[in-house]
Design a protein around this ligand. Structure first.
Ligand code: CP
Ligand code: NVA
Length: 304
């Protein structure tokens, strides 16, 4: 494993290993406090972040490493090409964590840098989020191959990251979107093929009545950062896709998930996201543990 640009680049065994490692580190953090000693990691963010930035900074510190934060003003395009940024950062740092508008920027960074590059959210996926979500589902429900997860809403970066992860662990993953907001067709077909290999399934729907019962419902904002969409059209198209108690009951869902930030009263009601079935803070907490497993694997190759 050289980089983490997208989960679809990983094997099923690698994802399982990273989830095991995340649980091991979470259970005994003291045993891992020197694993990144003397290492420095650059956090590059072209877009805003609370969870990703703060959890990487805290997680790196807990592993004995050091991080610096670089915002958009210093970065690709506005000041110098991504390739120059990557080549320079690799001179002083042991890894680059980057949140970017375009996946192509990650590819350029990774090509120019001989140090690992980790995707902290791009236009097409959010692998660190998906790993934290799989960790959360493992903690709550155990064997992921027996879990049904339903992603409802926009077929965006979060949906696509989760779709890849779900396929690799053999989950039953149902996606339901308004027409015109599906995940990328090639990414969907790839995930469907990977899911079949692993004994799971990935299905795309537009009608709630086509869905089977689910363990958890996952949704995300209808307006992702960097998207230019007609807000009236989006509000109209997504209105039936709000997650509320009626929908939770209709689908038999025990749990609600959201990557955050969330917009109460839009994609989810306050009753659901702030209620006992909500896993959102578990997901947010697990960002740190999942990312620390990724960092340990990339920087030290340690075994769980
Ligand atoms: N879920 C997530 O990535 O949150 P931030 O945008 O706050 O980092
Ligand atoms: N889909 C959202 C996720 C934020 C963590 C976005 O890209 O803005």
């Amino acid at each position: 494993m050289q980089d983490l640009l997208a989960l679809r680049d990983l094997s099923s065994a690698k994802v399982t290993h990273l989830l095991d490692l995340a649980q091991t580190i979470k259970q005994d953090p003291g045993a891992w406090q020197n694993h990144l000693q003397g290492k420095s990691i650059a956090l590059l963010f072209e877009k805003p972040s609370l969870r990703t930035r703060a959890s990487f900074a805290a997680g790196i510190h807990r592993l004995g490493g050091h991080s610096i934060y670089l915002d958009a003003a210093n970065l690709m395009g506005s000041r110098e090409p991504a390739a120059d940024v990557g080549a320079n950062l690799a001179l002083w740092h042991d890894a680059i964590v980057a949140r970017v508008f375009s996946q192509a920027t990650l590819d350029e960074l990774a090509q120019a840098s001989d140090k690992p590059v980790i995707n902290a959210l791009s236009d097409i996926c959010h692998p660190c989020q998906a790993m934290a979500d799989l960790l959360t589902l493992t903690e709550q429900l155990g064997d992921l191959s027996k879990v049904t997860l339903t992603y409802l809403g926009d077929g965006n970066n979060v949906c696509q990251g989760l779709m890849s992860g779900a396929a690799l662990v053999g989950m039953t993953f149902q996606i339901v979107t308004p027409k015109g907001y599906e995940p990328d067709a090639e990414a969907l077909a790839h995930a469907q093929s990977v899911a079949t290999t692993n004994g799971g399934s990935v299905t795309l729907h537009h009608d709630f009545n086509d869905l089977q019962r689910t363990d958890a419902i996952y949704t995300d904002t209808w307006f992702s950062m960097g998207q230019e969409r007609d807000s009236n059209a989006v509000m109209h198209d997504f209105a039936p896709f709000q997650v509320n108690m009626d929908l939770m009951q209709q689908l038999g869902a025990s749990y609600f998930m959201h990557c955050l930030p969330a917009y109460r009263g839009r994609e989810v009601t306050a009753e659901v996201i702030d209620g006992p079935q909500s896993l959102v803070l578990h997901q947010a907490e697990n960002r740190l543990h999942a990312q620390n497993a990724i960092l340990v694997e990339l920087l030290t190759g340690a075994q769980a």
